[in-house]
Write a protein that binds this ligand. Structure first.
Ligand code: NAD
Ligand code: 89Y
Length: 343
């Protein structure tokens, strides 16, 4: 397969993981980088030996012949950059959260559809190998039809030192982290018909909510609880593990802290260690997330080569983003929110 030429826009905190992963991806390489901050551009350009550097995305699109672009900026610039990629006919990956609002996200999907360019949201948590292991057990039929799920992320990890902007927005945990956990709920139990939410802010030093509890009806009949917290101090810090409980007609799945997967089903009980591998460039505790970055980027390249729609395409991600909007609306109204009415 001929190697595809990509560019990365946004050389900040998380983009370093994406650049490491791109070096290992078969079938692609990053030929240009862009950041409006010249110092970040220099650091990432030097670290990954990329000579073609731009402080302006429009100048980069004008000068480069690209097979795809990877947008790793924060949410405020996503719409402008995705629409710029669409206008240049360049397939685009966009980091989560996809957009500031669902109507922006819809416009971005439409722009790419109209231009005929593939669009994938970098919604990587479902690509973590422990989460894929849970999905594989469900697919095997071992626990029968799932009727209940709890997908839980509770931590006291200091995310603000690496990502200071997380402390300043009116929206925090649902938009930043809950979005991943809601996507995992969709990945495991299917699309959602209604959602009820409660939120709280425990840390007085931040502007947004740092605790969220969501109750969801899935269209297939299951009920789930998605609970997230960055105000939970535990004896052993679990960041960034997502813990899962699934009950089915023939058994149960438990993904417990320490990546311990217990399945009780038609053939008895099995306990497995499903710890993610520590990639050569990765570091604990982020290695779980870092591995999923490599997996989703390889998926993107495989999809570009085969013409298949990415699992977390823009159109798919509208359904996860709608849950974020529903959670904020439901927390404000304290009533259930119908998801179809948002889509
Ligand atoms: P950051 O602020 O450290 O980096 C963003 C970079 O983008 C900055 O260097 C900034 O100068 C640059 N930038 C912004 N607008 C630009 C524009 N129009 N043109 C060129 N450069 C521009 O942010 P971060 O912590 O790296 O987060 C980036 C994104 O990654 C966020 O959306 C965040 O939610 C997401 N993220 C995802 C994961 C994950 O697991 N998927 C984890 C952490 C962060
Ligand atoms: O930004 C967030 C994400 O996407 O994964 C974890 C994180 O870095 C902090 O909540």
């Amino acid at each position: 397969m001929e190697s595809l030429s990509g560019a990365l826009i946004g050389c900040g905190f998380f983009a370093v993981n994406q650049m490491h992963a791109w070096r290992d991806i078969k079938g692609a390489s990053i030929v240009a980088v862009c950041d409006r901050n010249a110092e970040r551009l220099r650091i990432v350009g030097d670290q990954f030996d990329v000579a073609r550097r731009y402080t302006d995305a429009a100048a980069m699109f004008a000068a480069e012949k690209l097979d795809f672009v990877d947008v790793a900026t924060t949410v405020g610039s996503h719409r402008e950059l995705v629409e710029m990629a669409a206008a240049h006919g360049v397939p685009v990956i966009c980091q989560k959260p996809f957009a500031p609002t669902l109507s922006d996200a819809r416009a971005m999907v439409e722009a790419c559809q109209t231009a005929g360019v593939p669009l994938m949201v970098h919604e990587n948590f479902r690509w973590q190998s422990p989460i894929q292991a849970v999905r594989a057990v469900l697919d095997s039929g071992e626990i029968g039809t799932p009727f209940f799920g709890r997908i839980s992320f509770r931590s006291g990890y200091d995310v603000f030192s690496g990502q200071p902007y997380l402390a300043t927005g009116k929206r925090f945990i649902i938009e930043d982290l809950g979005i991943h956990i809601l996507d995992i709920a969709r990945f495991l139990l299917g699309d959602v018909s209604s959602l009820t939410a409660r939120t709280a802010r425990i840390n007085p030093a931040i502007a947004g909510e740092d605790v969220a509890t969501m109750l969801m009806d899935h269209a297939g009949g299951a009920t789930s609880v998605v609970d997230c917290s960055y105000a939970t101090k535990l004896a052993v810090e679990p960041f960034p593990e997502t813990l899962i409980e699934l009950d089915g007609s023939d058994g149960t799945i438990r993904l417990a802290q320490g990546y311990r997967l217990t399945v009780t089903g038609k053939t008895g009980t099995k306990v497995n260690d499903v710890s993610p591998p520590l990639l050569p460039w990765a570091s604990r505790p982020w290695h779980n997330i870092q591995e999923s970055v490599a997996a989703i980027q390889q998926h993107w390249i495989d999809c570009l080569a085969s013409g298949q729609e990415p699992a977390t395409s823009g159109a798919d991600n509208l359904k996860t983003f709608a849950l974020v909007e529903a959670a904020y609306a439901g927390a404000a109204s304290r009533g259930p929110v119908q998801i179809d009415a948002l889509l």
